[in-house]
Design a protein. Structure first.
Length: 436
């Protein structure tokens, strides 16, 4: 058994992984920096209010994100702790930058021979508008800097002449110009959106590779405002072409960095190629809860071995997995009055004794009663797995039906894109076969 110190230096994201490792019998202490999230995980995992004072106690330190408040910086802390001889799951200043600086991320991909979609970074709105007018096409607007965490600002253009992108840029200039350090315009590519996710142990990738499909819009059918994530479908595979042409080409660079943890590269794939869109050089949420559900080997042992570079062995469920995020008003928006009236401290009730497939997000336990915590309105992720994507969907939604919270909502179509043709297309294009 090992001692694990979990650190949320911005929002509390990692309570579920801490809870899982705590239930396996390991020592766990969890630190949450954000005052508004301070209660998340209470009653489920032991907490600490001084993470730096617990470093010597910890055998493994785990950072859940790249952010320290509104600044990027956990990679520097992780690197410093490694230099002191600590086993750490976390990044480096350069891997943090993969998420915070999209232009840098694309440059790293290109330097290592990875195909990229046409992209341009602008610090000036007029220059961006001029580019679209001179090169008319559909574009995706991706904000840079701190406002990239406001997910609804990501805009995917639809008009062939780019006129809707021009209109949105003008609107952003008025509403967000003072906070937006710049933005990336990425040429829109049609195809199947798929993320390639690997666990890196400081030297190499673990052999099991995760392929996942994010569902970012609020409503079924991919309609409505962008959220961080409404649900994910996934499966595990080997080092196939999709991995070899993307993350596989960065294995040497990540080893030079000494990166440890999960790293995810979201891509658009079509019959002509693989086009990376953006990195998540940390755990994904709710991806990690769904990955954890599919681990068939011990979670704590895996992360202990990963942090120490001890050739971690990962045994995973061999079929498909589906995770559904259950949310409450006013998610994905911030409205304190609505949250206070509808969601704060709401009781989470289960129709039955089983908690199989139920994972914590913004939740606490008071006298044995599960309650909503924090201020974001994201209490739970509910997961299912099966031999087919349809089986996994059925199990997940049967479990969702057992969760009772007034005013809850969720997407009921997680995994349908795979069934409706994404899976067939990826197979037909040959990306999921063995590595050549």
């Amino acid at each position: 058994m090992a001692n694990f110190l979990f650190c949320s230096l911005d929002a509390a994201l990692i309570a579920d992984l801490a809870w899982q490792i705590h239930r396996e019998g390991h020592g766990v202490k969890y630190y949450v920096e954000a005052e508004s999230d301070g209660e998340i995980g209470d009653g489920f995992v032991p907490k600490t209010d001084d993470w730096e004072g617990e470093v010597e106690w910890a055998d493994v330190v785990i950072f859940d994100d790249i952010w320290i408040g509104s600044d990027v910086g956990t990679g520097a802390l992780a690197q410093e702790l490694r230099e002191r001889g600590k086993a750490v799951v976390g990044g480096t200043p350069n891997t943090d930058r993969l998420e915070a600086d999209r232009g840098y991320a694309m440059a790293v991909l290109e330097e290592h021979g990875v195909n990229t979609v046409e992209h341009h970074v602008f610090e000036d709105f007029d220059a961006g508008v001029r580019h679209v007018r001179e090169n008319p096409a559909p574009y995706v607007i991706k904000p840079l800097g701190e406002v990239q965490n406001v997910k609804r600002l990501l805009y995917v253009g639809n008009e062939d002449d780019g006129s809707d992108v021009v209109d949105v840029l003008r609107a952003y200039e008025k509403a967000w110009g003072h906070r937006m350090k710049g933005f990336q315009l990425q040429r829109k590519v049609e195809g199947v959106e798929v993320a390639v996710c690997g666990f890196f142990d400081g030297q190499r990738f673990v052999d099991r590779v995760n392929f996942n499909f994010e569902h970012k819009k609020l409503f079924p059918g991919n309609i409505g405002p962008s959220t961080g994530e409404m649900g994910t479908s996934m499966f595990w595979g080997g080092r196939n072409e999709l991995f070899a042409e993307t993350l596989g080409k960065l294995e040497g660079w990540l080893a030079e960095e000494g990166y440890v943890g999960s790293i995810d590269l979201n891509c658009i794939v079509n019959e002509t190629g693989i086009y990376p869109l953006e990195f998540t050089p940390r755990f994904g949420y709710p991806t990690i809860a769904l990955q954890e559900e599919s681990f068939e080997s011990a979670t704590g042992q895996f992360f202990s071995d990963l942090a120490r570079g001890n050739d971690p062995e990962l045994v995973v469920h061999n079929g498909y997995q589906v995770g559904v995020r259950i949310v409450l008003p006013p998610f994905p928006f911030d409205d304190a009055k609505t949250y206070d009236e509808n969601s704060r401290n709401a009781a989470i009730v289960f129709d039955g004794e089983s908690r199989e497939g139920v994972h914590l997000e913004d939740t606490k336990q008071v006298d044995g009663q599960w309650r909503v915590a924090g201020e974001s309105g994201m209490p739970l992720v509910v997961t299912g797995k099966g031999e087919t994507m349809q089986n996994a969907r059925e199990q997940a939604y049967e479990r969702v039906d057992d969760v009772i919270v007034p005013n809850l909502y969720y997407r009921d179509d997680i995994g349908e894109r795979w069934i409706d043709g994404d899976g067939d297309r990826l197979q037909a294009w040959g990306y999921l076969g063995p590595q050549s």
